[in-house]
Design a protein around this ligand. Structure first.
Ligand SMILES: [Zn+2]
Length: 247
């Protein structure tokens, strides 16, 4: 029985290392999620802001187009005014020129206002784009890091799985099954040390009769409270990793 327990301890040692690797692997998507969320949010903001900028650019083009048209008309009126013959015609064309000049000023004013707003929105668009680019860069670099870590982890996992097969070799199926069952129910630990009359897996006292039997090492015993397979250790020797007290 001592031999079986020693083998099971080896298996548990390997299982703990395998669990640590699996936990790291499970962290990978979480590590990317933050950047993916940031990219999604920034992309939505960017698209919204881009619409505003496009609209303002269109508006500015329209203002400048209107201004050009108005200037053309003013130029033609000016040319016409130079061939005026009557005073009445002269006054009419002066009035028209005055009105066109006013129009130009109004359009120019509008174009300036649109231009200012456009500059402001473009600056904000640039800031959003910078955030987006940064998030994309971070996502890429984190993805690359994960890809390289992942390769190492997979190799280590394969190595450990091989070791586990060798370690489990020769252990009676009943004992292995008992270990597996407890391990799955008890936060990864199927074995617990028994020292000083109590189970170190759950810190409960072990009935003296079982404890005595356990020390003799002729049979496999499980803790009456946490059901882990008990491995007797005297107070000095405690090589097996201990479970958390509440596990
Ligand atoms: Zn226990």
């Amino acid at each position: 029985m001592q031999e079986v327990l020693r083998k099971l301890e080896q298996v548990q040692e390997i299982d703990l290392q395998i669990n640590a690797i699996l936990a790291k692997k499970a962290e990978f998507p979480k590590r990317l999620a933050e950047y993916e969320a940031s990219i999604k949010a920034s992309t939505a903001k960017f698209e919204e802001k881009k619409k505003v900028v496009d609209e303002l650019e269109k508006n500015k083009r329209q203002q400048l187009g209107a201004l050009e048209l108005n200037e053309e008309r003013a130029k033609r009126s000016q040319e016409k005014s130079e061939q005026i013959k009557t005073n009445q015609e002269f006054q009419a064309i002066q009035k028209e020129l005055e009105s066109l000049k006013k129009n130009s000023a109004t359009i120019q004013d509008n174009a300036n206002k649109v231009g200012e707003e456009l500059a402001k929105q473009q600056k904000e668009l640039g800031a959003i784009e910078a955030v987006l680019t940064e998030a994309k860069t971070k996502l890429d670099s984190e993805s690359n890091k994960i890809a390289s870590e992942s390769g190492g982890l997979e190799n280590e996992l394969k190595r450990l799985q091989g070791l586990r097969v060798s370690a489990a070799d020769g252990i009676d199926k009943r004992y292995l099954a008992a270990y597996e069952k407890t391990r799955l129910n008890r936060s990864g630990l199927g074995l617990a040390n028994a020292t000083g009359g109590s189970c170190k897996g759950c810190n409960m006292r072990i009935p003296p009769q079982i404890y005595n039997e356990l020390q003799r090492g002729t049979e496999l015993f499980t803790c009456p409270s946490c059901r882990r397979i008990l491995v007797y250790k005297d107070a000095v020797r405690t090589n097996t990793p201990e479970a958390t007290a509440n596990g």
